[in-house]
Write a protein that binds this ligand. Sequence first.
Ligand code: SF4
Length: 256
Amino acid sequence: MKTDATKNSQEDQRNKAEKAFGKLMVFDLNQAVKEKKSLFIDHFLTVLELLDTGKNLENFAKVFDATRNTIDKLPNKEAVCFAGCSHCCNFIINISSFEAAHLAQSIKETKSLEEIELILDQAAKKHETTKKMDIFERNQYREFCPLLVDHKCSVYESRPFACQGHSSTNLDVCISKSNLEEPKEKSLSTYMKALSPLVIDAYSEAMSSTFSEEQTDEFLEDGYMTIEAALVKFLPIDEPLNHWLGELKQSSFDSK
Ligand code: SF4
């Protein structure tokens, strides 16, 4: 039987999640996403519960899987994406440090040394250019991702949330955006289901509910990077995930 204290704390968490979702709703999200509100609330609660029992690799991996599952459950019936369509793979992709370590680990476990060297080489070249750019210049920069092979993602199962959430409803708009032409449709909800920012925000909100404000600022500012920067940083490391966890422990985070 649940004690009053447990019930109150669960209610607090749910209220916190409702409030956080409310903040995200200021964006012009499509109706289908609004209807999925309960899915996001449940996601928040799962993440909070997992991180509250310990900030270890196992729990972060569970948070990662839970977030992937949440994105998979989102409505995408109108999606026009198909294998071989890669218009969004020349945008700048920002990923969290955990995703970066997870991606590098998966590449090291599944690809040959020659393939890894090629990826690293292409990532380093792109990183040389993009690392000097500010956010506005990056938004206007187009160069294909080092992980794209024959217009298909070579790491599809481990692709970052930003890629998983690119579920477009309008191919013409993707083509215009890819070619840096003025989009015919300016509405975010028309361009795409805009799912990944929502889930990444949910993830960030969960982090900020768990860590102190100061620690979260430190983590989020340093924790997001372009996909090419991520590959350059983590691919040369033997055990990327363990390395990431080591960095987290050395930072000012508490490691309960
Ligand atoms: S990781 Fe895959 S889906 Fe994402 S930009 Fe690169 S090639 Fe495209």
